[in-house]
Write a protein that binds this ligand. Structure first.
Ligand code: LLP
Length: 419
């Protein structure tokens, strides 16, 4: 469900004609629907209302302050992976006791910052990290709350780059060694064990990997209990997929129906870290056709957004629907590659796509761009990063300005000897 719909021949976001936004902010830009964002969060929350739970939005999917604020206002927490994400989270007023911190490479400085901020817990990915957290907590004379991230060796059946729960991956602690590492954690004076964490991958469109992984960590929780280690929370990570093309991912309600019964004889708080399912279909990338060009047996639509603005098609060969902001009155279709201006052949949004014939200056929407869109953008080819705009009802708000050329060189210095 989302709020990008045609009225007659024009694409609207909620009650705003997207073309009007383009006229004011120029292209390219990211555009989000507040209503879709909020609904997605509330639907997820509602699905699990019958069990004690906490939703920590995975802010790597989209870390714009206004978007984070949307979820925080509804009671959401945040899943972070860096000091920079913690800074954003605190800046926007997130409750530190609803922040969980994952990642295989937390630095000492980041650990200190998180402890000083009194976050809810670290999701610890290795014994060495555990020792370091204990050491920093001792320096600060506090207890560090931790969950161990276990690797349950489950295949999430998704793209290999975004699959994380197999034992060959760098993530987490092999579930077979978990009891040993929990005992280690228990022996450390400045560590307080509070939970178990797992996250097996992203864009998962079947229920069974979630069920299989949860069964494994429930079993682990029982073994811990027998060993005298009582935990308060089970963090089941994120990963629920969305429809980009013709995938039929489970609705959060379907997921809830399968996993809630598994939890019937536990009293743990269940932590969720959804990212994509909340923001993915709540955002689009609007870009303009600069040129059309006839290649060998196909056409190229050269647009003003590039792989630096949205890298998913290049990196994962991912499919994103492409829609014209104004549907043509004739229905002539062509087969085209939709490509950006960057000097790389990987700079594409669609390949061999059957698409309405478009002319120079016409605008198109790259759909389902709300997750891992702006957050993965860069300044490659010295291209200023694009603005982000939020629509609410009949109004729109620029929630991030377009960068300018001065922004591109901010912080650079030429040493004396070169002058
Ligand atoms: N929790 C942890 C520990 C994670 O590593 C991730 C995503 C999530 C939660 C959220 O997963 P989600 O609900 O969004 O699937 N750049 C890739 C996706 C990378 C996902 C990384 N981890 C993409 O564009 O598809």
């Amino acid at each position: 469900m989302h709020d990008f719909k045609y009225r007659e021949r024009d694409l609207y976001c909620e009650d705003v004609l997207i073309q009007d936004i383009a006229e004011e902010v120029g292209t390219p830009f990211y555009l989000y629907s507040y209503n879709t964002l909020r609904n997605h969060f509330l639907v997820f929350d509602e699905a699990f209302k019958d069990i004690p739970h906490m939703i920590c939005f995975a802010m790597k999917a989209n870390s714009n302050l206004s978007i984070l604020k949307t979820f925080i206002r509804e009671g959401g927490g945040l899943d972070i992976v860096s000091g920079g994400e913690l800074y954003r989270a605190l800046l926007v007023g997130a409750d530190p006791r609803k922040i969980v911190y994952a990642g295989v490479g937390k630095t000492k400085e980041e650990i200190r910052y998180a402890l000083e901020s009194d976050i809810l817990m670290f999701n610890v990915e290795s014994p060495q990290e555990l020792f370091l957290i204990d050491e920093v907590a001792e320096e600060l004379d506090c207890k560090a709350r931790v969950a161990l991230r276990v690797n349950p060796d489950i295949d999430p059946m998704t793209h290999p780059y975004i699959s994380t729960g197999l034992k060959t991956h760098k993530f987490g602690i092999n579930i077979n060694n978990a009891l040993k590492e929990y005992k280690l954690a228990e022996s450390l004076e400045y560590i307080e064990i509070v939970g178990i964490h797992k996250h097996i991958g992203s864009q998962i469109v079947q229920i069974s990997p979630f069920v299989d992984a949860l069964e494994k960590i429930i079993f682990l929780a029982k073994s811990l209990k027998e060993a005298g280690i009582n935990i308060k929370s089970l963090n089941v990570g994120g990963g629920l997929g969305i429809t980009y093309k013709d995938e039929t991912p489970p609705h959060p309600r379907d997921l809830a129906a399968e996993i809630i019964p598994l939890l019937s004889d536990t009293d743990h708080t269940i932590i969720f870290e959804p990212g994509r399912v909340i923001v993915g279909n709540a955002g689009i990338l609007v870009t303009k056709v600069l040129y059309t060009k006839l290649g060998e047996g196909k056409s190229f639509l050269i647009v003003d957004a590039g792989m630096n603005d949205m890298i998913r098609p290049c990196l994962y060969n991912s499919y994103h629907e492409i829609l014209p902001l104004r549907e043509n009155s004739t229905s002539r279709k062509i087969v085209a590659d939709v490509v950006g201006p960057i000097c790389e052949s990987g700079d594409f949004f669609a390949k061999d796509r059957v698409i309405s014939e478009l002319k120079r200056d016409q605008l198109i929407a790259v759909m389902s761009a709300g997750a891992y869109g702006f957050t993965m953008s860069s300044n490659y080819n010295s291209r200023p990063r694009v603005p982000e705009v939020l629509v609410k009802g009949k109004e729109f708000f620029i929630i991030r300005q377009r960068e300018n050329y001065e922004d591109l060189v901010k912080g650079e210095e030429i040493p004396e000897f070169l002058l």
